[in-house]
Design a protein around this ligand. Structure first.
Ligand code: NYM
Ligand code: MG
Length: 204
């Protein structure tokens, strides 16, 4: 699927400590070096007023919010970036997005909320041109630095989240074994992103 904008939306998803941020940065550098107009976006965006509530929810276990309310806040935190996203896509920018609606659905559904209810607030968000899922084992993830500091960062929740991602997975997703080395994962990412970008220049 290739969107009707000249820009491209590339989403990187995965469990906590899957290496998403590292791969986003590496992809950013590669595309920048190739002379592409590129920008990174991360969800949750903790910098906005809504993002600050989300940050507090994630870092302060004593903060009580209903599962539905926090779900809608995560979604609203994406919707507030939509004007910016569309503006960039119109200008031909390649947007690298660290988590998107799939994390929103998977983490909330893992708590027991209805799967379809979880999907609905994100309906209508700009569609990605490529979704990359970095599939890391719970064992590898828990060995990586910082695991366990935030809400949801424990093996039991992460494995439930992974099951939800499996339900969301579509045939056109690039599903990468992220237990491999950073360089190997990076090579797979670059290869697939290049295909998406070549495709877009042909269609322009
Ligand atoms: N998360 C992230 C959600 O529960 N819903 C969402 O919509 C999004 C975007 O927030 N454990 C969860 C997944 C993570 C946590 O994300 C913080 P990150 O990428 O670790 O900052
Ligand atoms: Mg995290």
């Amino acid at each position: 699927m290739v969107s009707h904008y000249p820009g491209r939306l590339i989403v990187i998803e995965g469990l906590d400590r899957a290496g998403k941020s590292t791969q986003c940065s590496r992809l950013f550098r590669t595309l920048e070096q190739n002379g592409r107009n590129v920008e990174m976006i991360k969800f949750p965006d903790r910098g906005t007023p809504m993002g600050q509530i989300i940050d507090k929810y994630l870092t302060d276990n004593t903060m009580n919010l209903s599962d539905q309310a926090i779900h809608l806040l995560f979604s609203a935190n994406r919707w507030e970036q939509v004007p910016h996203i569309i503006d960039k896509l119109k200008k031909g920018t390649v947007l690298i997005v660290d988590r998107y609606m799939y994390s929103g659905i998977a983490f909330s559904a893992a708590k027991g909320l209805d799967f379809n209810w979880c999907k609905s607030p994100d309906v209508g968000l700009p569609e990605p041109d490529l979704v990359i899922f970095l599939d890391v084992s719970i064992e590898t993830a828990s060995k990586r630095g910082g695991y366990g500091e935030e809400r949801y960062e424990n093996a039991e929740i992460q494995s439930r989240v992974r099951s939800q991602f499996l339900k969301l997975k579509e045939s056109n997703w690039l599903w990468i074994d992220a237990n491999k080395s950073l360089d190997e994962v990076e090579a797979e990412v670059n290869n697939e992103v290049q295909k998406v970008l070549n495709n877009s220049t042909q269609n322009r």
